[in-house]
Design a protein around this ligand. Structure first.
Ligand SMILES: Cc1ncc(COP(=O)(O)O)c(C=O)c1O
Length: 409
């Protein structure tokens, strides 16, 4: 087993779903960039919450509502600590990374971006960090610009200073590419954007499960991520925003909890973070996310990051032994993703044959069509890693790929 610093038998025992057969073979789960599996601690936290504490938050005068409110607000504080935000009001609970980005586009975007302005993104963004900006730019008459990528899958940052103009109102950039695994130098990018007075939104969907993220150190203005990609439940995510930036945003959705008073003439809005959280929130999701953060910290984020790097290195070398395989993305800093093509075999066929071997991977454009277009391909095979993966999982993938070659020989 891999993982010099992780007790892999113990970690794998924490994830009940991994211990099953799929199509008569032991499951090898290599699709964690799509969603991670959940440790027993997260499943237990959800069961505990619904068994003992379930009630609505913020409005009840009874004991259960108090407990539920404490659990929900406790989760907010847990997230604050996890990403080292200054204040809990900087943590807005949303459905996921996609909703977090749309929130910024619909509030910050609609008020701060006007006709003739520019929004800068990069060619390696997930569709969730492209489409909301396209929609915004079309709506307000602004222009969407892209930082290109090079053949290794790194951003061409030498062009950044020219692409940032006096009309740029926001730079949105992914921390880690979901299609290639490239890790972008966010601190440096933010420094350069801020030098031009441009705020920065970071899409952290693929970063959070792999390494420590410190929003104060990065100095970004917004950081968006999803619970389900870091061992938490689906339907919960976080938008972090610097307090002074969030304070300047208008409300987004109208409804309960985001108000102080309502008359037929006028509404007085609540303070942060409630102003941006209309309606009954995903309380159990927040509780489950807090349990996932506890789990990550109990394993140790530095040990997880080291395991990721070791497995990525092992996987890269192992895949290079497969004849006719072309690895995509050779960035100097990578995390969690092995993306590749098999000569003359469509990615979906590779995926189907691997599935028969019990190996779950993703095949397709990974919601990053502009990035794949830069490489002149429509689809790749993506094996993505999490802390529960081992060298044996990679070996099973490589064995499966040899089967693919036999079938298509
Ligand atoms: C880089 C990146 N950004 C955003 C998203 C969207 O996340 P969600 O679907 O959880 O909102 C994903 C999901 O694949 C992603 O990989």
């Amino acid at each position: 087993m891999s993982g010099a610093t992780l007790d892999m038998a113990r970690i794998r025992a924490d994830f009940p779903i991994l211990h099953q057969e799929v199509r008569g073979r032991p499951l090898v789960y290599l699709d964690s960039a799509a969603t991670t599996q959940k440790p027993q601690a997260v499943i237990d936290a959800l069961v505990r919450y619904y068994t003992h504490d379930n009630a609505n938050v913020h409005r009840g005068v009874h004991a259960l509502s108090e407990r539920s409110t404490q659990a929900y607000e406790g989760a907010r504080e847990r997230v604050r600590r996890f990403i080292n935000a200054r204040e809990t009001k900087e943590i807005i609970f949303v459905r996921g990374c996609t909703e977090a980005i749309n929130l910024v586009a619909q509030t910050y975007g609609r008020t701060k971006v006007g006709p003739g302005d520019e929004v800068l993104i990069t060619a390696m963004e997930h569709h969730s960090d492209i489409v909301p900006w396209q929609m915004l730019c079309q709506h307000v008459g602004a222009t969407l610009k892209m930082v290109p990528v090079d053949e290794n899958g790194e951003l061409r940052l030498e062009q950044l200073d020219t692409l940032l103009t006096e009309r740029t109102r926001l730079l949105a950039v992914t921390h880690v590419s979901n299609a290639l695994g490239t890790v972008n130098p966010i601190k440096e990018i933010t420094r350069r954007a801020h030098a031009r007075g441009v705020p920065v939104l970071v899409d952290g969907a693929q970063a959070m499960q792999h390494f420590r993220v410190d929003v104060q150190d990065l100095d970004c203005d917004f950081y968006a991520f999803s619970g389900h990609k870091m061992f938490g439940p689906t339907g919960i995510g976080v938008l972090y925003g610097k307090a002074q930036v969030l304070e300047s945003l208008p409300p987004w959705q109208g409804g309960g909890d985001m108000i102080l008073t309502v008359t037929m003439e006028k509404t007085v809005y609540n303070r942060l973070p409630y102003r941006l959280e209309a309606g009954t929130p995903n309380i159990s999701g927040a509780v489950g996310l807090a349990a996932a953060l506890d789990y990550l910290d109990s394993v140790g984020r530095e040990a997880i990051a080291a395991h990721d790097q070791e497995l990525l290195e092992y996987g890269t070398q192992a895949l290079e032994t497969v004849p006719g395989l072309r690895l995509m993305g050779r960035a100097r800093e990578r995390s969690g993703v092995l993306s590749f093509l098999m000569e003359d075999v469509h990615a979906h066929d590779v995926g189907t044959i691997l599935d028969r071997e019990g190996v779950a991977i993703r095949a397709g454009h990974h919601c990053a069509q502009p990035l794949l277009a830069c490489f002149g391909v429509a689809a790749t095979v993506r094996a993505s890693l999490a802390l529960y993966n081992t060298r044996e999982d990679i070996d099973a993938l490589v064995r499966g790929l040899h089967k693919v070659r036999e079938v298509f020989a």
